[in-house]
Design a protein around this ligand. Structure first.
Ligand code: G3H
Ligand code: 13P
Ligand code: ZN
Length: 308
């Protein structure tokens, strides 16, 4: 089975459910996610941020994902998450990714269009699909903090113009989610009316939801039980994600929940086994925790089991 684009995956799920896009940084994370997708027979997007490329190197992640494809027999889409300029997108297209995100969301509208169009032209010529972003999420990406005041929701009419002018294959929208573990102060709220309007104006067009971790309380509690200090964390309730999946959101991005699952498990391991210093002893349960988290997401939140 090859690396594939997300095109067929999105066609299959549109209006019914969403495909999970999980961030990967190392072998154990990749193995945990791929094992889960295989057991669930689910379509899968693995995504790599600039930070992940810096941490692990493009070539290591590429080879690990190629190994995962060969070993699992799954078709996997390998995606650049939050590419901030043309060069990183080009490097990932040239380096074998099947999908890239150009994130021009911090730019003025016309500049975002021009940059996205340039990436689309380059990527499409090489059979690679492009996700773009319009509107701005609050939260943390690659150590850049966007305050709630600097965030802005996606304008539906601008979304139509943006898609028409750029030819991007999918669009990340801002409707109230944010990156990281601290998404809402008080009640969790997403602007579903805005999502409905955008999806209505772009029928059949795949929308993307970033910042979609749920920050499951049991994992925060476990981190804290074993020496962590995570206070006031709050994510997107699962029922809201299920609803978004029926409204034109085809790709749901999850990173924070994997980090929490992995970290809680490693913290527990060292508390219970203080004398251990064999990395395999703590990375094995951490990998299992990633797998269980992804299985939960696929079967209970994304609802995309048995779609391959
Ligand atoms: O949107 C950001 C993702 O969670 C990736 O995080 O840039 O720290 O790798 P990172
Ligand atoms: P979370 O921080 O909610 O997991 O979002 C991840 C994301 O959007 C990656 O692009
Ligand atoms: Zn994101």
């Amino acid at each position: 089975m090859p690396l594939v684009t997300s095109t067929e995956m999105f066609k299959k799920v549109y209006g019914k459910c969403a495909v999970g896009a999980f961030n990967v940084n190392n072998m154990e994370i990749i193995q945990g996610i791929v094992d889960a997708a295989k057991e669930e027979q689910a379509p899968l997007i693995l995504q790599v941020s600039a930070g992940a490329r810096k941490y692990a190197k493009h070539i290591y992640l590429m080879k690990l994902v190629e190994a995962a494809v060969e070993d699992s027999g799954l078709s996997i889409c390998l995606h650049l998450d939050h590419g901030e300029d043309f060069e990183i997108c080009k490097s990932c297209v040239d380096g074998g990714f099947t999908s890239v995100m150009i994130d021009g969301s911090k730019l003025p509208f016309a500049e975002n269009i021009a940059l996205t169009k340039k990436v689309v032209e380059y990527a499409h010529a090489k059979g690679v699909v492009v996700e773009a972003e319009l509107g701005r999420l609050a939260g943390v990406e690659d150590d850049i903090k966007v305050s709630a005041a600097d965030s802005s929701y996606t304008d539906p009419d601008q979304a139509v113009e943006f898609v028409q002018k750029t030819g991007c294959d999918s669009l990340a929208i801002a409707i109230g989610t944010s990156h990281g573990a601290y998404k809402f102060k008080g009640e969790a709220k997403l602007d579903f009316a805005r999502l409905e309007k955008i999806a209505g104006l772009l029928p059949g067009y795949p929308l993307v939801l970033h910042g979609a971790s749920t920050v499951l309380p049991e994992f925060v509690a476990k981190c804290n039980q074993y020496g962590g200090e995570i206070k006031g964390a709050q994510g997107v309730p699962e029922e809201m994600l299920r609803k978004a999946g029926t409204m034109g959101v085809c790709k749901i991005n999850i990173d924070t929940d994997l980090r929490l699952a992995m970290t809680a498990t490693i913290r527990e391991h060292f508390t219970l086994n203080p004398a251990d210093f064999d990395p395999r002893q703590y990375l094995k349960p951490a990998r299992e925790a990633i797998k269980n988290m992804v299985k939960h997401k696929i079967s209970n939140v994304l609802n995309c089991s048995n779609l391959i």
